[in-house]
Design a protein around this ligand. Structure first.
Ligand code: PEP
Ligand code: MN
Length: 360
């Protein structure tokens, strides 16, 4: 909301008005434009009782910015500034790396990759057990068997796992296995699914719809918060545009803009955002510099044999080198990138000379 003040208003009445707004929990900012002054309010003011600001003598016009979301708005009392996931605090001051194959393909593939991804320094594992594929003839994921592999990977590495939920009927089952529930781009406005994950107490990684505005995305998050779950991570994963050089256009400008609108932690997925492995690391570094709290990176031990999205997957070595660079930039940015070594694995695995896993 923007309150435009009259040109020759009384300072005393203006101070009164600012006080009223502050008492309502708002953070008014006085903004000069030419010879007029305006008061800019965050959408959080909508949480409080409605006041008709136009009745104040110093006010010439009230402009609504139409932020209909309330619970996920910046400074809302419903949102904590950080979200606990495993032993990490996801949010301001921290930078975390989520990494893993697009899909869980087999026990051996996923567990081997998980151990190496941990060694490379990533904090959270990703892997789809239920895959939203464009064609019904493509690999659809291993389903519940895939979930059990994810749970095993968590046990082996100690790293929390994030996996996608496609169907309302699977929410309860997936909640038994996952530390974070992912809502993919195709389901950002599947309101029944948003309400269902909103009934759980598990953090939700909500990807941006491929043609969603920031307002629509925040309103989708509001559905989850309104249903009772305020542990939401927003994940920018690129939007559709006209140029087919990249799979999507990764909208990094969304990060600083979202920070003005919400306190929810922000994740960037440069893998789906670009669809080109050579663009993934540069855009991950840019995401950190732009203010993201995390990046989600697709990784595969043998990208050329991946059952899904191999063309955009980094190798483990490429992930390790990216994480080294992210550490350096996070230092410059004054952010903490915790070590994942404090996370205990329950089992020790060894590998033979061909790098095959020997014991579970
Ligand atoms: C994924 O993360 O594997 C995925 C399918 O992403 P998106 O929903 O962004 O396409
Ligand atoms: Mn993928």
């Amino acid at each position: 909301m923007i309150i435009v003040l009259k040109k020759n208003h009384s300072e005393k009445i203006r101070e009164n008005l600012l006080q009223v707004i502050q008492n309502m929990g708002g953070r008014p900012q006085l903004v000069p434009a030419g010879d007029t002054l305006s008061i800019v309010l965050g959408p959080e003011i909508l949480v409080g009782p409605r006041i008709d600001f136009s009745t104040y003598e110093c006010v010439s016009q009230v402009i609504s910015t139409k932020a209909e979301y309330k619970k996920v708005a910046r400074d809302s009392v419903d949102i904590k500034k950080s979200i606990s996931i495993g032993s990490y605090e996801f949010g301001e001051g921290q930078f975390l790396v989520i990494a893993g194959p697009c899909a869980v393909e087999s026990e051996e593939q996923f567990l081997q990759a998980a151990l190496k991804i941990k060694k490379a320094g990533a904090h959270i594992l990703r892997g789809g057990a239920y895959k939203p594929r464009t064609s019904p003839y493509q690999f659809q994921g291993l389903g519940e068997y895939g979930l059990s592999i994810l749970a095993k990977a968590r046990e082996l590495t100690g790293l929390p796992v994030v996996t996608e939920v496609l169907d309302v009927r699977d929410v309860e089952k997936i909640s038994d296995y996952a530390d974070v529930l992912q809502i993919g781009t195709r389901n950002m406005q599947n309101f029944a699914l948003l309400k269902e994950v909103g009934k759980t107490n598990i953090p939700v990684l909500l990807k941006r719809g491929m043609s969603a505005t920031l307002q629509e995305w925040l309103l989708a998050a509001e559905y989850i918060a309104e249903a009772g779950n305020s542990k939401i991570l927003l994940c920018e994963r690129g939007i559709r545009s006209f140029d087919s050089e990249t799979r999507n256009v990764l909208d990094l400008s969304a990060i600083p803009i979202l920070k003005q609108k919400t306190d929810l932690p922000l994740v960037v997925d440069p893998s789906h955002g670009t669809g080109r492995k050579e663009a993934v690391a540069p855009m991950a570094l840019a995401a950190l510099a732009a203010g993201a709290h995390s990046v989600m990176i697709e990784v595969h031990e043998h990208p050329e044999h991946a059952l899904c999205d191999g063309f955009q997957a980094l190798s483990i070595d490429q992930l390790a080198s990216l994480i080294e660079k992210l550490k350096k930039i996070s230092e410059v940015m004054g952010l903490q990138m915790p070590s994942n070594e404090s996370v205990l694995s329950k089992n020790i695995l060894s590998f033979d000379k061909n790098n095959r896993m020997l014991t579970l």
